[in-house]
Write a protein that binds this ligand. Structure first.
Ligand code: DGY
Length: 322
């Protein structure tokens, strides 16, 4: 019997390709080219499985043009690149890569929060430009992290990892808002209190966004929300571009409506709103929150294992339940 055929749509670890080759006839995007949707459709002809990353769009038009496709396995926990309703209509299984990146992403969330609150990149740029001539009492004075109020919007696995670090590591008061409230036992373990979105915006010294993207979450943080925050507050977006109105944020940073922001994700990335590049009180990173070698390997392994299990007739390991 011939092996199922699988397309690996972006470059990935050679070991992952070798593993897939033990089970499938594999075509891989080894030079990591950004394929157009036409190119992707052409290469998916006759393929039963696709190994995807968050930048590869799986939509109605593609699904209609690829009748052999049975599963798309995303090497990401987020899956806003998938039209999951269209996938269900076409009988295409959708899987993601949850859990394996939780702690790494929460670590990065904290790194970005610290860098933002303590103005680390801004001060490093100053030093590299040769502008450091003397000590002064308020030079790059930022805001405290320990003992402050940490606000979390979206309290899934990564949000809980950030809450744990804040409460247990930094003695922060943790408040959160989420679609649903956590069990009392988890709230007490995390020392986290549920509040309304308005209260969260008003009270947080540091607000971290970790909610999944959905059309309802589009511009959940825009000009009106930024105005409700403290002028001393910092905002960190680890979630997805589009949840923050980046143009409104750049204006709020310029006007000091809030003190600073740290962004790992952007509307329309890898493009970055040019107005964000002109403000100094923002730390910008290129969507690297899950980027450690062990975690990226675990994410790639889980996506590969979903393909192997599902196309081997044993069901998906981590199906997307939306
Ligand atoms: C995810 O897994 O959704 C991350 O954003 C990709 O690094």
């Amino acid at each position: 019997m011939s092996k199922p055929r699988v397309l690996v749509t972006r470059a990935v670890f050679p070991e992952t390709i070798d593993k897939l080759k033990q089970h499938f006839d594999v075509e891989a995007n080894t030079d990591d080219a950004e394929w157009s949707s036409e190119e992707l459709i052409r290469r998916l002809q006759g393929k039963q499985g696709a190994f995807t990353t968050g930048s590869v769009k799986i939509d109605e038009a593609l699904l209609a043009a690829c009748p052999d496709l049975k599963i798309c396995a995303n090497m990401a926990v987020g899956y806003n690149n998938f039209d999951v309703d269209a996938m269900a209509r076409h009988g295409v299984m959708a899987t993601n890569a949850p859990d394996v990146l939780t702690e790494t992403t929460a670590d990065f969330g904290f790194a970005l929060l610290m860098a933002t609150a303590r103005r680390i990149t801004e001060s490093e740029h100053f030093l590299r430009r040769g502008e450091w001539k003397k000590w002064s009492y308020d030079m790059f004075a930022g805001s405290d992290v320990h003992g402050s109020t940490l606000g979390i919007l979206g309290m899934g696995r990564i949000g809980q990892g950030i809450a744990r670090r804040g409460a247990l590591g930094f003695g922060m008061k943790v408040i959160y808002h989420n679609r649903s409230r956590l069990d009392a036992s988890i709230e007490s373990e995390l020392r986290a209190s549920y509040v309304s979105k308005e209260e969260l915006l008003k009270s947080a010294d540091h607000l971290v966004l970790v909610l999944p993207y959905s059309p309802a979450a589009h511009h959940a943080i825009g000009a009106a929300e930024l105005k409700q925050m403290k002028p001393t507050a910092t905002l960190v977006n680890l979630a997805r571009g589009g949840i923050v109105d980046d143009a409104a944020l750049a204006e709020a940073l310029r006007d000091r409506t809030i003190a600073a922001a740290g962004l790992d994700v952007f509307e329309g990335e890898p493009a970055v709103n040019p107005s964000l590049l002109t403000v100094t009180n923002v730390v910008l990173t290129p969507h690297i929150a899950s980027a450690t070698i062990p975690t990226r390997r675990a994410m790639a392994d889980l996506a590969a294992d979903n393909l192997i299990s599902f196309l081997g007739g044993n069901g998906p390991l981590t199906p997307i339940v939306s």
